[in-house]
Design a protein around this ligand. Sequence first.
Ligand SMILES: Cc1cc2nc3c(=O)[nH]c(=O)nc-3n(C[C@H](O)[C@H](O)[C@H](O)COP(=O)(O)OP(=O)(O)OC[C@H]3O[C@@H](n4cnc5c(N)ncnc54)[C@H](O)[C@@H]3O)c2cc1C
Length: 492
Amino acid sequence: MNPAVIPHDDLTDIVGRDRVFDDPNLLRRLARDESFATPTTPRCVVQPATPEQVQELVRWANRTATPLVPVSSGAPHFRGDTVPGEGGAVIVDLSTMNAVLRVDRRNRVAMIEPGVTYGELLPALRREGLAPYMPLLPRRTKSVVGSMLEREPITMGRHQWDIQDPLLCIEVIFGNGELFRTGSAAGPGTIEEQRQAGGAQMRGMGPGQTDLQRIVQGAQGTMGIVTWATMKCRLLPTVTEAFLVASESPEPLLALGHELFRIMLGDDVFVLNAHNLAAILTDDAESLRRLRAALPAWILYFAVDGTGVLPEERIAYQVEQWQDLAQRLGLRPVKNLPAGVRADHVARSLTAPSTDPYWKLRLSGGCEDVFFLTTLDRAAAMVRLFHERAERAGYPTRDLGTYVQPTVQGTSCHCELNLPYDPGDGAAAGAVRTLVEEASVALANAGAFFSRPYGRCADFAYRRDAVSTMALKKLKAIFDPQHVMNPGKLCF
Ligand SMILES: Cc1cc2nc3c(=O)[nH]c(=O)nc-3n(C[C@H](O)[C@H](O)[C@H](O)COP(=O)(O)OP(=O)(O)OC[C@H]3O[C@@H](n4cnc5c(N)ncnc54)[C@H](O)[C@@H]3O)c2cc1C
């Protein structure tokens, strides 16, 4: 980005002349993303460097009634939540606030700024013998704080004790300009004083009976701007043993998943269809098509990590039980699938962000996702419902990706349908848009819970829940009374 004509002396006073950008080409790029969100050109981009500057920006926005759109990840953006919902908005680009502030091996906690990507976090944690809980191959530019704030599911649902995990405490500048620290970071004392007393900002709940990060999490930047977060980490495994289980339908695999969570076995557990497994293991459309044609329709991935003082023993007892369990359910865990797909290749790919192009874009260059929460016993019916709708709408269902991720100890699961399409083909894009909107309503009618509704999906999700909508509006009036934080998103 080149610093260009400076539109606002007050902005340059806050962040410095070289951190305000209004190059028309840049603004045109930021007016849209890969989703179907209505393009709206922002007024300019600012890159604050400190929490104090963020706080000054929010105060300035309140004085001048200027909408602020916080953005932490780099492009491409997919969900429309970082496209301004109103004209005249200032994009608050936090990508250069990218310090790993602390890695605490003893407590398995890291404190990071919002611009830190998984690619930057991984080596910093590895040096201390730790690893992050990661979503399924996040894109290379994805902010870790952004991912946790969006409640992106992690591949290790058994390590998730609460829907908030692995997010712990945050420092947030609310829309009213107040700086607040949540959880045990709230106090007493400064962060430095807490550390000297042995505190590690590792308890997300509080202060008192309030968990204000729950208002900020999932809020798509409508409540405030997070300036750092602490996160739960895990020990870096010294060895991992991984398996694949194939099936022609998802039901037996989801039943196996349910049992695994009931007896708390394994670390990574999720189910993919052939398209998605091929997408994460190949680099281009041609090899993706070839691989998916050779794969079974559905695949469960199961892995146990060897960590701590007895890594081999930790693996051995779990693998023995895992094989017993799979056998009892008439399923056969294997290390290799046809076409040279190996469980340890999948294991390796899960330890890093996606290579470019991002795996969801490999087939056609564009991709729209539908995702919601349900329970493992209902996931297969919901996936089938979507596949039937897609078939009826003439979408090539062989291209449809499916990902089922058990979350929070298997009490619920994240169900995701990925619809690759060619963004240059207007008719195909329009058909995907209509299919996504109509099928999402049908899924919601069948009980799917759209806990992270983006774009048009938010309209029907909030219309269905008047009580929550009213409560959220009351909270919004407290924490962002001037509606400067990302207006036009969710129910605001
Ligand atoms: C202070 C505190 C103490 C806790 N103590 C304990 C404890 O002692 N023991 C314990 O086991 N847990 C404990 N927990 C964890 C708690 O049980 C979880 O946070 C629980 O999942 C929240 O349930 P809920 O009813 O509040 O939320 P809900 O809103 O009901 O959500 C529960 C889950 O179901 C999903 N969901 C909701 N509705 C639907 C739907 N229609 N379709 C599909 N999915 C849906 C939600 O997204 C979420 O994943 C504690 C949590 C906190 C904050």
